[in-house]
Design a protein around this ligand. Structure first.
Ligand code: LR7
Ligand code: MN
Length: 574
């Protein structure tokens, strides 16, 4: 009741405001940006649809909160919800609070029915009668949360119940990872007590999402385990295509297509099967997305067929419970967040399984630009997880990750039991995995130089730049050499690229910028002359230099006497 009142008040404000016109979005107005963890989002190929027109349907909207179903209510069918520009200071404050606590627009989420309908994102291929086995196994859905917003958590749970066939859903296990938001206590117990399939398990200290998942798994009674994040919405028919793959082969681990729920408008925009992505990773051991590679496309007649994926994003997947246990579930030495998705991906492939993305299965997820909850201070949790991962699974390739962190492994705890696990399972090598499962990955050892690029005339200066999505097209800079890898770690490839992961130094006449590597030489061809120490650009024939003011990189006419044009490339071997 309190909830309805609150929403009612909010809508009342909007009615007042809308009369004064103004339809621009205030999205993100109060968004705070942090550095950690790195933003992980991908653009949907679909154009955003027009924002929902509201004003005419507010009363319907209120009605919908009591009786879901009206297609005209706010956010129904996955439509975006945008507030008018000239809302009251009070509303602005509420919006801003919502962003601060959740790193998405909680205020907007609270205006949308927790049982809103979504469009059906499936390809026709998925709906052909007889597509799936009739005798599918049941699943338990485990959802871990730490301080999740009320409306978002409820929408996740309702979407599972409403859009899973009754007989296939054994139970939903909510694992509360030691939240302290008041609505997640008694209020949550009360609400869920009316949903017989839902069970709440509470951790009695902050475990982090990986150990929280392991805790949830202990209560699972169905043969298949399905994990979801706590801010998801399952679309029509999401479950059958996942269970079908496992029914056919218990060593197949499956992920749905993860559709984007916009963090600002809660718009659900789905990806059609022709633009499905698969998972990869870089040598920073960061997960990333790629289009389905040609070799994989060639294995299929239709784009809606399940595709092999080198890695998974981590949060949304189904796995046979026995197979998960056989693989040693997760490394319980992993803290808070990160690394576990690559661990499970590598061992699935290396220890006899298959990892797939199933284009017929769609689940939306709110992608955030920062992490809203507390991380441990004083420890680099993600790095510790990644070092454990590298030590156990990467064999000699671990060194490429260590180069990226200045060869400083730090304290990563005891990993002997994880090594024993790999040994006992008789898993294949990481070299096998890279060659057969992820041949697209650029291997640093196949480059001519790896490490810093240091100026000779001004030997404190190193080429320095982050290569996040937002850094593309920006000028590359110089910075005091620090010998810690990171933004000063570059590779000089046999093809003459200066690159990090999938980003290359590119010059087309003005600044030297970062650009996705295209492999076609052209503006990305750099020729290093070991004798003169110059880095000459292929098409312009100019040389890279530190500017006279020593505040950046310039391209200038080559002059062997000019010290600013001389560079040393770490680990260079001709
Ligand atoms: O201490 C914590 N305890 C928790 O229970 C921290 C988090 N959590 C919960 C949290 O409430 C959420 O439900 O764990 C879940 C994941 O945390 P998010 O949503 O803050 O992070 P994320 O969406 O970036 O998480 C992605 O990467 C994680 C670490 O590797 C996990 O694998 C997540 O499950 C994963 N999410 C997805 O795969 C969805 C698609 C995102 C992408 C790419
Ligand atoms: Mn998430």
């Amino acid at each position: 009741i309190i909830k309805t009142l609150l929403v009612g008040t909010a809508l009342w404000f909007m009615v007042a405001l809308i009369t004064h016109g103004g339809r621009n979005s205030i999205e993100g107005s109060a968004q705070v940006e942090y550095d950690e963890p790195e933003a992980k989002s991908f653009k949907s190929s679909k154009r955003k649809s027009e924002p929902a027109a509201y004003g005419s349907n507010l009363s319907d909207g209120l009605g919908v909160l009591a009786a879901p179903g009206a297609d005209t209510a706010l956010g129904e069918l996955g439509k975006p919800v945008v507030l008018p520009k000239n809302i009251s200071e009070e509303t602005k404050l509420a919006v801003s609070e919502g962003w601060k606590k959740n790193a998405f627009n909680q205020y907007i989420s609270d205006l949308i029915s927790v049982r809103r309908k979504l469009p059906d994102p499936r390809d026709e291929w998925c709906k052909v009668p007889g597509r799936y086995l009739t005798n599918l196994p049941q699943t338990s859905v485990v959802i871990c949360f730490h301080n999740e917003a009320w409306s978002v958590l409820l929408r996740t749970v309702h979407s599972v119940i409403d859009r899973s066939p009754e007989h296939l859903l054994k139970e939903i296990i909510l694992v509360d990872d030691f939240s302290d938001m008041p609505h997640l206590m008694q209020q949550l117990d009360d609400y869920m007590s009316s949903l017989p399939k839902v069970r709440i398990i509470r951790a009695n200290r902050r475990e982090g999402l990986i150990r929280a998942r392991l805790l949830g798994a202990r209560y699972v009674t169905a043969p298949v385990l399905t994990y979801l994040d706590s801010h998801c919405e399952c679309a029509e028919g999401w479950l059958e295509p996942l269970l079908d793959r496992i029914a056919r082969n218990k060593t197949t681990v499956v992920c749905p297509v993860i559709d984007v729920i916009d963090d600002a408008t809660l718009e659900f925009h789905y990806r059609d099967s022709s633009s499905v992505n698969v998972g990869g990773f870089d040598w920073n051991l960061q997960f990333n997305w790629h289009p389905v590679p040609a070799r994989e496309r060639a294995r299929h007649l239709h784009t809606a067929e399940p595709v092999w994926s080198p890695t998974m994003a981590g949060g949304l997947f189904s796995i046979d419970k026995e197979f998960f246990e056989k693989l040693g579930t997760y490394d319980s030495g992993f803290d808070i967040w990160g690394g576990e998705n690559l661990e499970l991906s590598f061992k699935t492939w290396m220890c006899g399984g298959t990892l797939e993305i199933v284009p017929c299965s769609h689940v939306g997820h709110i992608f955030r630009k920062r992490s809203p909850y507390k991380w441990k201070s004083g420890v680099n949790v993600l790095k510790k997880n990644s070092v454990r991962l590298a030590e156990v699974w990467l064999d000699d390739f671990a060194k490429y990750y260590y180069q990226r962190v200045g060869n400083d492994k730090g304290d990563f705890g005891d990993i002997s039991s994880r090594k024993a696990l790999r040994e006992n399972l008789g898993c294949k090598s990481f070299h096998w995995y890279l060659t057969n499962i992820y041949p697209e990955l650029f291997i640093p050892g196949e480059s001519v130089a790896q490490g810093e690029i240091r100026n000779v005339g001004f030997p404190k200066a190193c080429l320095d730049s982050p290569v996040r999505r937002q850094d593309l097209h920006k000028a590359v800079g110089i910075y005091m050499c620090h010998r810690q890898g990171g933004n000063q770690y570059w590779m000089y490839s046999k093809q003459g690229e200066i690159r990090r992961d999938e980003v290359c130094l590119d010059y087309s006449g003005s600044n030297v910028v970062l650009y996705p590597c295209h492999g076609a030489k052209g503006n990305q061809l750099w020729i290093y002359n070991e004798a003169t120490k110059q880095i000459q650009h292929g098409s312009s024939e100019k040389c890279m230099a530190v500017s006279k003011k020593k505040d950046g990189i310039v391209m200038e006419h080559c002059d062997v006497l000019e010290k600013r044009q001389k560079w040393s490339l770490e680990n260079f071997k001709a």
